[in-house]
Design a protein around this ligand. Structure first.
Ligand SMILES: NC(=O)c1ccc[n+]([C@@H]2O[C@H](COP(=O)([O-])OP(=O)(O)OC[C@H]3O[C@@H](n4cnc5c(N)ncnc54)[C@H](O)[C@@H]3O)[C@@H](O)[C@H]2O)c1
Length: 389
């Protein structure tokens, strides 16, 4: 009997293998890889060839959960399975770390959150990008009120370029039935999470999506969304997997200036005082508030360690009750945003946030029913995930 936390990885594809590798290599001193589960033969073959014999292998997640061999699981199966697998694991008394996105539609994620709230188990989500010093600094500056009351947010993430080969590499990808969405569900969960982590949740959205605009797929690969916040602030969110040379920047504009996050830097154009006050009190017709350009120091990313850092935090929460950097229940926010954007595009109308979850669910089912997707799949390929997180 080991006194390490025994972890089972459920879903051993691109991402699950990465979790299995660092756990099996002993990168986390307080945790060990005890088991894996995957219904697919390629995953089980990979496990036989690459993992120590001490790691139990299951072709069924439920059997792993019932085995008594694990204290906790990492759920790295395709998105639709995250909530049902997490709920089942919680029922077995296991701690759960779920991959992003929390799920495909709000209704199933809410049910997962309710199950977690009723249990006394640790429930985390793999928002590995929250570990980046860059992102922590942005959150810190906004929370400290440096930029003042937010008036506008602008997030452009057009550097998620993906080829047709990528979309053909897995049968479940980029279909309503298999993945439940495109760029909003697969690539953007990190950005949607960071956006709300920094700036809070908007109350409604009007979005325009291109479905298969750049690729031979049925789901969205191009999104332009306009949101409104409770305090009257507005925001835009633009993303695609079909554009080069892509960009990735976020502007947060408030009453005390503009914060711009781009690459690994944050530039703060700080106003000498409140913009609102200046607007009301100046006696000049064409003057604008004095601004000072400040380069905010940001530590370098500890490359390649983000997933380990989230899993280490999860293990510390299990063992010592330490707070999680990304609590599982927060995963619903990004799903709310993604669902609301798709709902707005489908209905050609505003969508409120929180999303009308039954309506969204029904329309998603209709997309699945009427889907013409019949994918030609590039089989047997494991994708190199370097640089995609
Ligand atoms: N945090 C990140 O940076 C990051 C990066 C990549 C992928 N992901 C997430 O990881 C998840 C998996 O993505 P991937 O690229 O590894 O996909 P993948 O297709 O390579 O692997 C999925 C694996 O899950 C298995 N599976 C399917 N149904 C299952 C079930 N019911 N129980 C157990 N296993 C099941 C499949 O056989 C396959 O081996 C996705 O939700 C994705 O969003 C997260």
């Amino acid at each position: 009997m080991t006194n390490k936390t025994r972890i089972g990885v459920i879903g051993v594809g691109n991402m699950g293998r990465e979790h299995a590798r660092y756990l099996a290599a002993g990168d986390l001193p307080d945790a060990t890889l005890a088991a894996i589960a995957d219904p697919g033969a390629p995953a089980l073959d990979w496990a036989s060839e690459n993992l120590p014999d001490t790691v139990e292998r299951f072709d069924d997640a439920e059997a792993l959960m019932a085995s008594g061999k694990v204290d906790a699981v990492i759920v790295a199966a395709p998105h639709y399975f995250h909530p049902p697998l997490a709920i089942a694991a919680l029922k077995h008394g296991l701690h759960v770390l779920v991959e992003k996105p929390a799920g495909v539609y709000v209704k199933q994620v809410r049910e997962m959150n309710e199950a977690a709230a009723k249990s006394d188990r640790v429930f985390g989500i793999m928002f590995n990008q929250r570990t980046r010093p860059l992102h922590q600094k942005m959150r810190e500056l906004i929370a400290a009120g440096e930029v003042g009351e937010i008036r506008r947010t602008q997030y452009v993430i057009t550097n998620w370029f993906r080829s047709q080969y990528y979309y053909d590499s897995g049968g479940w990808r980029a279909t309503w039935a298999g993945e439940g969405g495109g760029v909003l569900v697969n690539q953007c969960p990190h950005n949607l999470d960071l956006w709300q982590w920094f700036c809070g949740m908007p109350t409604r959205v009007r979005a325009f999506c291109g479905f298969g605009r750049h690729h031979d797929i049925e789901v969205e690969d191009d999104v332009s969304a306009y949101v409104e916040y409770k305090n009257g602030a507005t925001g835009t969110f633009v993303t695609t997997t079909g554009e080069a040379a892509g960009q990735n920047y976020l502007n947060v504009i408030g009453d005390r200036g503009r914060l711009q996050m781009e690459g690994n830097s944050i530039t703060f154009w700080r106003t000498s005082g409140s913009v609102r006050e200046f607007t009301q009190t100046t006696d000049q017709a064409f003057a604008s508030p004095e601004t000072w350009r400040c380069e905010i120091p940001v530590e370098k990313n500890a490359d390649g360690n983000e997933h380990r850092a989230i899993t280490r935090g999860f293990v510390a929460a299990i063992r010592d009750g330490k707070p999680l950097l990304a609590s599982g229940d927060e995963g619903i926010n990004g799903v709310q945003l993604a669902n609301a954007m798709l709902l707005s595009a489908w209905t050609d109308d505003w969508a409120s946030i929180p999303t009308p979850e039954e309506k969204y669910y029904e329309l998603l089912q209709e997309k699945i029913r009427t889907s013409a997707a019949n994918k030609k799949t590039v089989t047997g390929k494991t994708l190199d995930l370097t640089g995609t997180y």
